[in-house]
Ligand binder design. Structure first.
Ligand SMILES: [Fe+2]
Length: 240
């Protein structure tokens, strides 16, 4: 994270009316900055899918990604304004915004619309993690307003992830997600890898913990095309 936003600058000063101490306001605002970065990156990448999608799902993907980028754009404004209300400055350069974001600036554009959606779902998952981390920081700072804002952002993007997955799911009635991974948060990455390995031999359909990299390594080079398909599908499954 860049520290430039927190640096004092000459200009018009104001006193935030919040009952929070200066230390708490700074902690809350700095906690929000990575959310700002992720929202900005997701806003841009949702546009790219909106523009570049093609094929039978075009109209649906075009409309769904518009909903996503409009929502992310509105939230970007709300988060930036909250940061200002707390007393910090908001980054004003693309470089600073990129530094704040955990979402990768992918250079290789996916070749299929399904793969584009898979990448977008991965990015939404990253944003949701960032929002959860920010929620802990603003909670620690006692910033109730930011807590509410982050809760709304999280709910919106979890819904977007569900809708995008259903958009590219095979035809049929919607089923409940696997709820047997309640302890997923407590598992470390190694545990999740083990689970993916086990599931690959068994009920691959219900496997929501499948790790893309594991799949690539184990399938072998001769099945690259199949790997690509499976990788895209794995991304469409709900994250724990
Ligand atoms: Fe448009």
């Amino acid at each position: 994270m860049t520290d430039s936003a927190a640096r004092p600058r000459p200009g018009i000063r104001f006193t935030p009316v919040s009952g929070l101490s200066g230390t708490d306001r700074r902690m809350a605002a700095q906690g929000l900055l990575p959310v700002l970065g992720d929202l900005h990156m997701l806003w841009l990448k949702a546009h790219a899918v909106h523009w570049n999608a093609a094929g039978p799902l075009f109209r649906a993907v075009h409309a769904q990604t518009e909903e996503l980028y409009r929502g992310a754009g509105a939230q970007l404004d709300l988060v930036a304004e909250r940061i200002r209300a707390l007393g910090l400055r908001v980054p004003a350069s693309l470089e600073a915004m990129h530094e704040l974001s955990s979402i990768p600036d992918d250079e290789d554009e996916p070749e299929t619309t399904t793969a584009m959606i898979g990448q977008l779902l991965r990015d939404i998952g990253t944003l949701c993690e960032t929002v959860r981390e920010a929620a802990e920081e603003v909670d620690e700072a006692g910033d109730k307003a930011s807590e509410g804002l982050l809760a709304d952002i999280l709910a919106f993007h979890e819904k977007q992830a569900w809708m995008l997955q259903m958009l590219v799911a095979e035809d049929g009635p919607g089923t409940a997600a696997d709820m047997d991974d309640d302890d997923a948060d407590e598992d470390d990455e190694a545990d999740e890898d083990d689970e993916a390995d086990e599931d690959e031999d068994g009920d691959g359909e219900g496997d929501e913990d499948m790790d893309d990299e594991d799949m690539d390594e184990e399938e072998g080079e001769e099945e690259d095309e199949e790997d690509e398909e499976e990788e895209a599908e794995a991304r469409l499954r709900p994250r724990p």
